[in-house]
Design a protein around this ligand. Structure first.
Ligand code: AMP
Length: 287
């Protein structure tokens, strides 16, 4: 890394973060915030670049949040690459890194939980267990309160998570504006994910079927198909033929994640599938 990027400070405690952000809070240029679990790729970097284009101070958090993992093996296998992440985040425009340990976020005696109804109940909420989105909501609330950002940036890749966080921010009157940015993909269509690193070469070919199933549905909608049942059965066929094991493939309202029986404007196609021992998700607006 060249020295054109000042290496950002890496802060470990909420107190250090508050102190470091106090001057920026008094300016008009404001604070942007990008929460991540590290293992940064171009999807994360696109969020950081956008934050840097809009805000003078850009906080990137790196925290592998234990409370949102329902599979201990997945938490264990989650890549941790902090040194490299700090360099990449700096090059993309981060000015502060917040990388607390679990005890800083969940100290002894921690007893608060957050549960969001409705939008959390199906799909990722059902597959990964209700505690998944409770864990996301809790850590995102804690981070948003700690950073006090003007704008927080999230990826549309995790579309249900964005809907949950929008619900949370509205319900709790959180003052941070929630922004979501389009999914960044590899040339072959596969949505970038920190979990892609765990795909073998053959799994990677099978993994492309997630985005293919979505874009095939979009093409069918463009040529007049409106029935979710028809689109879903064609999509499942694409996944199965490629060797992916679908968990769900559905068409939903993008705000409530309620299923739609017919494609209407704004409808979102969502998919989760297992390839090898890796669980992948993707989504695409259909119209
Ligand atoms: P994670 O580190 O997986 O918790 O992701 C941190 C943020 O990056 C979340 O807002 C994700 O939705 C976003 N993100 C992850 N993958 C992508 C991608 N391929 N394109 C855009 N944003 C992404």
């Amino acid at each position: 890394m060249t020295d054109e990027h000042v290496r950002p400070r890496v802060l470990r405690t909420v107190a250090q973060l508050r102190e470091a952000l106090a001057p920026a809070r008094r300016t008009d240029s404001g604070v942007g915030f990008v929460p991540t679990m590290g293992a940064l790729h171009d999807g994360h970097l696109a969020l950081i670049r956008r934050a840097a284009a809009e805000r003078a101070e850009v906080v990137v958090s790196i925290f592998v949040n234990p409370t949102q993992f329902n599979e201990p093996a997945d938490l264990e296998a989650y890549p941790r690459t902090e040194e490299r992440d700090v360099e990449l985040a700096a090059a993309a425009g981060a000015t502060l890194i917040f990388a607390p340990n679990a005890a800083e976020i969940y100290p002894a005696g921690f007893a608060t939980s957050i549960h969001i109804g409705g939008v959390t109940e199906r799909w990722e909420g059902a597959s990964r267990g209700a505690s998944h989105f409770d864990g996301v909501a809790l850590v995102v609330t804690k981070l948003l309160v700690a950073v006090g950002a003007d704008t927080a940036y999230f990826g549309q890749k995790d579309a249900q998570q964005v809907a949950v966080i929008r619900r949370l921010a509205a319900d709790l009157n959180l003052p941070t504006e929630i922004r979501s940015l389009p999914t960044v993909r590899d040339d072959d269509g596969l949505a970038l994910s920190s979990r892609n690193a765990r795909l073998s070469e053959t799994d990677r070919i099978a993994a492309r079927s997630l985005s293919r199933s979505l874009s095939a549905a979009r093409e069918r909608v463009a040529s007049g198909e409106r029935s979710t049942a028809v689109l879903e059965s064609e999509a499942r066929r694409i996944l199965l033929d490629a060797g992916a094991r679908p968990e769900y493939w559905a068409i939903v309202d993008p705000a409530t994640f309620e299923p739609l029986s017919d494609v209407v404007p704004g409808a979102l196609a969502i998919v989760a599938a297992r390839v090898g021992d890796v669980r992948l998700i993707d989504n695409l607006p259909l119209a």
